[in-house]
Design a protein around this ligand. Structure first.
Ligand SMILES: [Zn+2]
Length: 427
């Protein structure tokens, strides 16, 4: 696993306090009625050879429950169904095949949430399958040249834990204004990273603090591509980036559900808990508690959080990505306008977003991160969730890609210039 080594700055006293709170919290959780379903084994991490082809999902972010021989060059690939306290979920898959040289193979696999999954022949470059390769939502047909012996399939352009942290590390290291630190450990002991980006040479007062997190739900990888695009923009040397770094402090958690991502899950965490809606009891997962502790510290500082972007992705077919705008009476009408201000700013910042699928919601009083901000700090924090999808993009109707999400993420950063009217401030 990649480490942020020299950037690590953990305060020992704070770490001990957090560990104590997590210990107390997990003690309470052990007394609950919900049975942890997954840690007993690795049901979606298999290595199986059939007809000379080895199917392997036993690695970071891999997931396949089983593969069954259906006759010459024909296989049934079963997706893993994860159990959670809100119910079962099943959509993520990612696995490698070796021994495919010169073969024409047919896979029966459920990819109904994405008509055209992705393939890589080198483990680095990915592309969507063509229509002849994915003729239906339950079939994939692949013809390999003799020199192609390895292939990897996934539901959508995948990013495992190490792949994500490696890309984040690359962006942090290229920018003198960026640092990373480990907030603490996940339930399974993985590092929970937070990146900070700001121009430390400019005066520290009157800065807008931005909180951004991705991948609360493990299979929602578009959110991590958007996060990378956001980080790419704010760590660049562009005029926009310099302006943003001068007036803002950015805090980014690249992977909230870091265990679920490693395990190749679709949605829940390693114990079947939904980390998205436990903000009424944040001690239920160490990840949520660590984030809450950090947010509390920022909110008590001279530069409290002013914008919180919670990046997700949905499996439903939408013609545009969208925000869940919270509406009255759960929030004030004034706060509706504040949220709309950011939504409009993103619309102005990119042709990839036109707010064609506006969603609204009555904000639950305490379940969500946005609830936590609203109930404690009201309109002072514009906290909102963004949802990507696996379907077609704006403005040309082509199938959306990882690169599109990175561009969208960059635009989310640029939109802050309009939202905060930074053009009107002195440089
Ligand atoms: Zn989600």
């Amino acid at each position: 696993m990649v480490n942020p080594d020299s950037f690590l700055k953990l305060d020992m006293k704070k770490s001990l306090f957090i560990l104590l709170v997590i210990f107390i919290g997990s003690f309470g959780l052990c007394q609950g009625s919900f049975t942890p379903p997954i840690l007993e084994g690795k049901p979606n991490k298999i290595v199986k050879t059939l007809q000379g082809i080895t199917f392997n999902s036993d690695y970071d972010n891999g997931s396949l429950k089983d593969v069954v021989d259906l006759g010459p060059d024909e296989y049934r690939c079963d997706l893993y169904t994860e159990q959670g306290e809100i119910g079962p979920r099943q959509f993520w898959f990612r696995f490698k095949m070796s021994g495919v040289s010169g073969r024409n193979i047919k896979l029966h696999i459920n990819h109904r949430h994405n008509p055209f999954p992705v393939i890589s022949l080198d483990g680095v470059n990915w592309r969507r399958l063509h229509e002849r390769e994915a003729p239906s939502l339950s079939e994939i047909i692949l013809n390999f040249f003799p020199w192609e012996n390895h292939a990897e399939l996934a539901l959508f352009f995948p990013l495992g834990v190490e792949e994500t942290y490696s890309r984040v590390n690359h962006l942090v290291r290229r920018c003198d204004d960026a640092t990373s630190r480990i907030l603490g450990k996940s339930f399974c002991g993985r590092d929970l990273w937070m990146i900070t980006v700001e121009d430390a040479s400019s005066a520290n007062t009157q800065k807008f603090r931005i909180w951004l997190q991705s991948r609360v739900h493990a299979g929602e990888v578009p959110s991590t591509h958007a996060m990378l695009g956001f980080l790419d923009l704010i760590t660049s040397d562009t005029r926009e980036a310099l302006l943003l770094r001068r007036h803002c402090v950015f805090n980014i958690v690249p992977l909230v559900n870091v265990d679920g991502v490693y395990m190749g899950l679709s949605r829940w965490d390693s114990r079947g808990i939904d980390p998205e809606h436990i903000w009424g009891n944040p001690e239920r997962t160490s990840e949520t508690l660590l984030i809450k502790y950090q947010i509390d510290e920022f909110m008590a500082s001279d530069n409290p959080i002013r914008v919180s972007l919670n990046l997700h992705s949905t499996v439903s077919n939408n013609k545009d990505t969208f925000f869940f705008k919270h509406v009255a009476p759960s929030v004030t009408e004034e706060f509706e306008l504040i949220q709309q201000g950011y939504i409009d700013a993103l619309d102005n910042a990119t042709p990839l977003f036109d707010n064609l699928c506006p969603h609204s919601s009555q904000l639950h009083p305490f379940n969500y991160l946005e609830s936590y901000f609203w109930s404690n700090w009201g309109k002072e924090v514009m906290a909102i969730t963004h949802e990507g999808h696996f379907y077609r993009r704006l403005p040309d109707g082509k199938w959306i890609t990882d690169e599109d999400y990175r561009k969208l993420g960059s635009a989310m950063a640029v939109a802050l210039i309009e939202y905060f009217k930074l053009y009107y401030k002195n440089p």
